[in-house]
Design a protein around this ligand. Structure first.
Ligand SMILES: Nc1ncnc2c1ncn2[C@@H]1O[C@H](COP(=O)(O)OP(=O)(O)OP(=O)(O)O)[C@@H](O)[C@H]1O
Ligand SMILES: [Mg+2]
Length: 140
């Protein structure tokens, strides 16, 4: 699908966020400035998280309290480094959203929803869902 503005991407994140259940994992792939963090803001809104979702330069994991906990990972700076954040045992307390999952591949759950963001032009992004595992098929 196409998003024509930042607000529209937040809205798409919100719509998905309302359907998330404990233990779910989203892998947000794609271009720099593709809208991954923007989409995550919409998820946060749906989960009623406190605080503003952003991507501070050196923070890899942020945990937000809401109706469900939101584990927001930006693995960009893990590139080339094996590093397990050890979230497995906490995942059933909330949902996990991973930007740059290609740098955290070894530690992702077996099943997740992959969302790919493509930069089309200044204001337009193409966003695609792909279920990895049965549990995520209904969300697509
Ligand atoms: N349709 C759109 N959807 C999302 N963002 C948009 C859109 N049009 C323009 N933008 C702009 O693109 C930028 C997206 O930034 P964002 O931080 O969400 O990207 P990102 O995929 O998280 O990037 P990074 O890989 O650096 O973490 C923002 O500045 C936003 O205003
Ligand atoms: Mg980002």
């Amino acid at each position: 699908m196409l998003s024509r503005s930042e607000e529209e991407t937040i809205e798409l994140g919100y719509e998905l966020g309302r359907k998330l259940e404990k233990g779910m994992c989203l892998a947000l792939k794609g271009d720099l400035a593709g809208g991954k963090t923007t989409f995550t803001k919409g998820i946060g809104k749906a989960l009623n998280v406190k605080g503003i979702i952003n991507s501070p330069t050196f923070t890899i994991l942020k945990i937000y309290e809401g109706d469900l906990k939101l584990f927001h990972i930006d693995a960009y700076r893990l590139e080339g480094n094996e590093y397990d954040l050890g979230l497995d045992e906490y995942l059933d307390e909330g949902v996990m959203v991973v930007e740059w999952p290609e740098y955290y591949e070894d530690y992702l759950p077996k099943e997740y929803l992959e969302i790919t963001f493509k930069y089309v032009d200044d204001n337009t992004r193409e966003i695609e869902y792909r279920a990895v595992g049965d549990k995520y098929r209904d969300l697509c």
